[in-house]
Write a protein that binds this ligand. Sequence first.
Ligand SMILES: [Ca+2]
Length: 353
Amino acid sequence: MVAIKFVARFQSVEMLRVLLILVALWLHCNHADQMEEFLKKEFSLMKPYAGLSSRSSNWDILGNTVLTTQSLRLTPEKQSKLGAVWNRVPCNVKDWELQVHFKIHGEAKTFMNGDGMAIWYTKDRMKKGPVFGSKDMFVGLGVFLDTYPNEDKQDELLSKRFTPRTERVFPYISAMINNGSLSYDHDNDGRPSELAGCSASIRNVKHDTFLVIRYVKSRLTIMMDIEGKNEWKDCVDVAGVRLPQGFYFGVSALTGDLSDIHELISLKFYELTVERTRTLKEVEEPEENVEVTEPSVDNWTPPGKKVKPEPLDGLTVFLVAFFTLMTITGIAVAGILLCEKWEKRKESKRHFY
Ligand SMILES: [Ca+2]
């Protein structure tokens, strides 16, 4: 009787333990995936735009930007125009998401339009330049909405059409991380310094077009909602992207010989609070708390920068020298021995005749 009671008690204790483990696992899984978002007004830009560049505003406008009731028109459909809008507050948010509502349209036929737009998270702000309206050799992140295939058109002129490297369908969205040492190669649509990208029909579409840039736990993700289906489609997903805090957000656009209307309708910035369990943090992100001072991407070497071979240590140098010397001595000794043998053979042949 006592034995039966003991077994029953043992079973119930075991069941309770299993149940507790399951609950703990469920809590752990939910805890790890939990992510909350908070709209941060200081980095967001929405209608109405009145007073946008006033003293009390967090935003500055640059170049040919015109405020309308519906949007910020960064460029009109005219040649050689440049416009931008820049936030004034350095961003010290660790994990974030930026939703960009934009519109690119014009009368010109496809590929008779250009150049495109860019969304920035950079050290400098309000600097005019050739990269979709902003400065080259920038420090930070640039996301480019490129509507004109410079590289393909150049190849067409040179009658080198449809080589494998020109198989990018435009418009094309791409991301670039720069520490200030790389120049954006406009003639090749930024291909040499592209981190990742995708094709996207973002011009002259009837429905609203959105892009979301998400930076969570050093992972850069870009998704788009451009088909009017109200769903996000993947474009860029790169882990190990190191971006310093304290940079500025901006959006710019540029026209050249060809033009388009580039409009920014809204920017919605969300701070993401990501739960980091201790184990996950230690195992997956050992460098998570190391302060990032320069933009970089793990395991990615910028184009044109050859990886320097590691210098040899003292022991390796000695061993290499020793074995080289031994090999040379060995070859020399073998050569002398062969020579002597050959001489002797010659001598014996002479005696024979
Ligand atoms: Ca281009």
